[in-house]
Design a protein around this ligand. Structure first.
Ligand code: GUN
Ligand code: FE
Length: 455
């Protein structure tokens, strides 16, 4: 049993961020939160919960607080080596120029071992405790990614990518049967290594409508019915892509309708981007209870557009954040919060101030929203009794008296000691990075620490 002692911050709702300056959270040996006490001392808690007297104590450090682990609802582990490499391309030319050549090379187990273990380390170090990953079309290396996540203790949805048309000869499924057989093989493997899916789960992954024939999409819809696995894909990312979908599926009412017709719009479906959905598509997605992964860094990098997140939220859609590496240039959901806030401000320049996201809203999307997107809202996303301890210990560092740096943490944030807790959280969101994430837990298991973590 462990008692986590110190301030904690988490979302109650989209706009309501709780900042508790003096918290005591008890986590049992299974990693489940058993009590959350506010404005209490350790002595109060020991007298109230007698059986916790022997529990290990983990305390926050200098200007520190506990925060729920981040949830990355859309990223491509296979594209990690291309981070920052996109030039001036847009989606379709970027795929041809940079993405398909790299992904095809991940048939190599040794290369995949290097790329995937690096990326899992990288996302964990940024406080990402749950990640929805795209791998590649290759089953052995997709399964290797699942092995790595399970071993390292990162919760993950892991998808073997399906693409049987409009893809290069050197990197495609040769038939619908291949796509289905290989998807099934990966689903079975991932379920065999973690039968209750408590850490890793499979996710059916048609790359996007242009790279799958209608028959392939329908077969994957049927595979969802058969396996009840999650589904992830891309939707309405940029305008030439939408036109391409119209020309490839001329009888469909819309991009969203292509997926719906195939049985792929379900409550377990994660749709990445959703930059240019029409009002009819928004209603359709809402009626199917499909989820949205907002990927603002990628949408800016590939000049896809500024997704109208306020509209999506007002329509009642469930939204989380996705780093979309390597369309996106950072593995950090904290960076994605900033990008979401920036993009909302660009929207506000035309749509009005209501479009702006607040810090609290961005942090909600990064945690609670993301948890709903990946179907883990009963387990993670906030600190309540019964939820699991997926958390990060944040520290902003010591106050540098007289500007003295000697021996002090040279992180990216300067605190002066007079800031309110709300101001400190804002400083973290706008200028913090992985140096501020001292330790990360998933289900109570310590999965990452930095040298500054002292316990
Ligand atoms: N659409 C189809 N494939 C991809 C991909 O790998 N990244 C992004 N951002 N969009 C896609
Ligand atoms: Fe993507």
């Amino acid at each position: 049993k462990t008692i986590y002692l110190g301030p904690f911050v988490h979302s109650f709702s989209l706009t309501n961020l709780e900042i508790c300056g003096k918290g005591v959270i008890g986590v049992d040996e299974k990693g489940v939160i058993r009590f959350v006490e506010r404005d209490s001392s350790l002595e109060d808690v020991h007298s109230k919960h007698d059986e916790w007297k022997e529990a290990e104590i983990v305390k926050t450090q200098d200007n520190g607080f506990f925060f729920p682990g981040f949830i990355d609802t859309h990223t491509h582990a296979s594209q990690h080596p291309n981070t920052g490499i996109f030039g001036k391309t847009t989606l379709l030319s970027w795929l041809e120029t940079y993405t398909f050549p790299l992904e095809s090379s991940l048939s190599s187990l040794s290369k995949a071992q290097t790329v995937y273990s690096n990326f899992v380390s990288r996302t964990l170090s940024h406080g990402t405790t749950t990640c929805a990953y795209y791998a590649t079309t290759h089953v052995p290396t997709t399964n290797l990614l699942a092995d790595i996540c399970l071993k390292r203790g990162q919760r993950a949805l892991i998808g073997r990518v399906c693409m049987n048309t409009m893809s290069p000869e050197y990197y495609r499924d040769q038939s619908v049967e291949d796509a289905v057989r290989d998807s099934k093989a990966s689903i079975d493997y991932i379920r065999s290594i973690d039968p209750d899916g408590s850490i890793v789960q499979p996710i059916i992954t048609p790359r996007f409508a242009p790279s799958c024939t209608a028959t392939c999409l329908s077969a994957l819809g049927a595979l969802h019915k058969e396996t009840n696995a999650h589904i992830q894909t891309h939707i309405s990312e940029n305008k030439p892509e939408i036109q391409l979908v119209q020309s490839l599926f001329p009888t469909s009412k819309s991009y969203a309708d292509v997926y719906d017709t195939a049985g792929l719009l379900t409550s377990k479906t994660i749709l990445a981007h959703a930059v240019h959905l029409t009002p009819d598509e928004i209603s359709l997605v809402k009626s199917r209870d499909s989820k949205i992964s907002h990927c603002p860094a990628s949408n800016t990098a590939l000049t896809s557009g500024c997704s109208p997140v306020r509209e999506l939220l007002n329509a009642g859609l469930t939204v989380g954040l996705g780093t979309d590496v390597s369309g996106g240039f950072s593995p950090s959901i904290l960076e994605e919060c900033r990008q979401a806030i920036w993009v909302s401000r660009f929207r506000a320049m035309n749509d009005g101030d209501e479009a702006k996201l607040s810090t609290a809203e961005a942090l909600y999307l990064a945690t609670r929203g993301g948890a709903q997107v990946v179907g883990l809202e009963d387990k993670v996303g906030g600190f309540e009794v019964g939820k699991e301890w997926d958390a990060q210990m944040i520290s902003l560092g010591e106050v540098k008296e007289g500007g003295e740096q000697e021996g002090k943490f040279e992180g990216p944030v300067d605190v002066f000691g007079w800031e309110s807790w709300e101001d400190r959280v804002n400083k973290w969101v706008y200028s913090g990075d992985d140096r501020n994430t001292l330790a990360v837990w998933v289900r109570g298991r310590l999965v990452h620490t930095t040298g500054r973590y002292q316990q």
